[in-house]
Structure formats: C-alpha cells, structure tokens
Design a protein around this ligand. Structure first.
Ligand code: SAM
Length: 310
C-alpha cells in the first residue's frame, strides 16, 4: 500500500475545515447521534459563535511552543481550535456522556488528551507535571459558571507554571475581576489582581451559546504576573484581611476587621493602623486599593507577631 503523508495531511486538513461545531445544525446532529442531552446543572452552554470563538483562541496565545489546558471541552468546539494551534492540549471534562462525542470531534488530533474528571477533584500541579512534564502552559475555557471562582482560584493557587488564562465567564464576574476601586470592586478583584493582569477580550450575548444562558457573558484574559502585584509580609494575613474587609460590605472596615474570626485584632489597634496610613476610621473596605490592603495586612501581621498571635 502506498503511504502518502502529503495526501493524509491534506485529507486531515479538509476534515478540520469540514467539521463546523459553531454551526447549530451540525452540533445538534453530532450530539443527537451520540444520544447527548444538555445538563443545566453542569453549566452546559456550548459556544456556537465563530467570531467569539476566534477572539478567545487568538487572545489565548495558543501556539506550537506552549501547552494548553482546557476545562470543560463540551463537544470540542474550542478544543479543536486550541489543539490545531497548541503544542499539546489536555482537557478535563466531568461529563462521561461527552467522551464518545469528543472521541469523534477530536479524532484527528494526536496532541489531545481527555481526562474524565471533576476539575475540583484534580490536583492541578500533579496533573500538569504528569501531562506537560513541568513545562509552562496556558489555560483556555468556556467555564461552567457554577464554579467559576473556585476554578480560577485553584489554578492561581496551584503553584503550577500557568502563564495566562483566557476564560469565558458570566459578565458580572468578569467585571468584578477587572474592577479597580469603586463599583464592582471586591475580594475577587483583589485576589485576581494580586496574581494577574486582567483584560476584557469580548462580550458574548446569550444567542452565542446552545442552549442560551439567561445571562450575558464576557471573555477575559488573565495574564499571570511573574511576581504577585504587591509584596506583602504574609500572604495568608493579606487574604484574611481582604476576605474580612469584604465579608460584610455594609460595615466599616474597622468593624469588619474587628469582628473577623480570621484577624483577631481589637478595634482601637485597627483605628490606629488606619490613622497611620492616613485613612479615616469610617472608611469601607471597597475604598482600599490593593497596595493599601498590602500595607494594612503588613501592619496586622506585625501587630499579631508582636502580641504573640500566629
Ligand atoms: N467548551 C465547550 C464550549 O465552549 O462549547 C463547553 C463549555 S460549557 C459552558 C462547560 C463545560 O464544562 C461542559 O462541557 C461541562 O460538562 C463541563 N463541566 C462542568 N462542570 C465541570 C467540572 N466540575 N469539571 C470539569 N468539567 C466540568
């Protein structure tokens, strides 16, 4: 038998072009053939807008020099574009019913590995060590919205060499991640901006998905910083102060911190710390920049060390 690599590559290329998962009728046909039905509880809203898909893939920076991790590949719409560009693509999908679908839609990609697991049960550092041999990687995903924040935080806190995350999330969540002091600013803004530089990629209306979600979505790119945005004395205290400050938004910062089970510093000491920082005693947490949170948490850490607290 004559083996013609050019012919084979050409026919594979034709296959990539022929399968169009952003076509609702084509996607429906494949899913129907595999007896798949959408699960609302798993956040299954598959992307069917080619323009939005292209923007996500372009923003992700996927290329032959870097590995990619996808969470929730669904039917493989984003996966196919990522696998076509990335060095290797590893995708973690919870729904067993999608395995046969992905076996078909990802058949031509020998740089693709599917892991059937709940991402929240996955040891991300161990997974990327095993799959990428410790090499850096990017993340790209149209996330299941019910666990957006835990997924992002577990990736950022995994210690793995993740360079960027390009994610489709609920619009409000994207705005919170990218917000500076003011409206939308909260614990998520500070946590995300501690580790990354967020940038909005594009907006996606409900009609860009099948089935349509009730809310608008936004793709956001989080470029992971080489060093955290602020250098605090104690990361643990920093996040405890941030969590306490935004725990009860109606309270002043002093009352939020004094009443916090995580901080355990009396009111008078907090007032004097704020005074030393030139801040009013009735200031609220949402008025503090990430740098001011770092300074305040340093003062809290020093105070706790001086008073013998851990
Ligand atoms: N990437 C596909 C797309 O853009 O069309 C599907 C995106 S859909 C919004 C979310 C995907 O995440 C679904 O395939 C769903 O089954 C999967 N998923 C939901 N919860 C998950 C979890 N805990 N771990 C891994 N995958 C999950």
């Amino acid at each position: 038998m004559c083996y013609n690599p050019y012919k084979q590559a050409k026919s594979r290329f034709c296959e990539v072009i022929r399968l169009n998962l952003t076509s609702p009728s084509e996607l429906k046909e494949i899913l129907k053939r595999h007896g798949f039905s959408f699960s609302k509880s798993l956040g299954q809203n598959f992307l069917i807008d080619k323009n939005v898909l292209d923007k996500i893939v372009d923003a992700s920076g996927a290329c032959g020099e870097i590995n990619a991790l996808e969470i929730g590949p669904g039917a493989g719409t984003l996966s196919r574009e990522l696998a076509a560009r990335a060095k290797r693509l590893v995708a973690v999908e919870i729904d067993k019913a999608l395995i046969p679908v992905l076996s078909e839609t990802m058949a031509e990609f020998d740089n693709f590995t599917l892991i059937n697991a709940d991402i929240m049960d996955v040891d991300i550092a161990a997974l990327v060590e095993e799959q990428f041999g410790g090499e850096p990687f990017i993340v790209a995903a149209n996330l299941p919205y019910y666990i957006t924040t835990p997924i992002i935080m577990s990736l950022l806190e995994s210690g793995a060499d993740v360079r960027s995350m390009t994610l489709m999330v609920q619009k409000e969540v994207a705005l919170r991640m990218a917000a500076g002091v003011g409206k939308d600013y909260g614990a998520l803004s500070v946590a995300v901006q501690y580790y990354t530089r967020p940038e909005i990629v594009c907006r996606a209306e409900p009609h860009c998905f099948m089935p349509q979600p009730k809310v608008a979505s936004v793709a956001i790119k989080l470029d992971v910083l080489k060093e955290p945005a602020v250098k605090g004395k104690d990361t643990d205290v920093f996040f405890k102060v941030v969590k306490s400050a935004f725990g009860q938004r109606r309270k002043t910062l002093v009352n939020s911190l004094a009443g916090s089970p995580y901080i355990k510093i009396e009111k008078a000491a907090i007032i004097s710390m704020l005074d030393e920082m030139g801040l009013r005693p009735d200031i609220r947490g949402e008025k503090l920049s990430i740098e001011q949170f770092a300074e305040l948490s340093d003062r809290c850490a020093e105070y706790r060390a001086a008073s013998g607290e851990e």
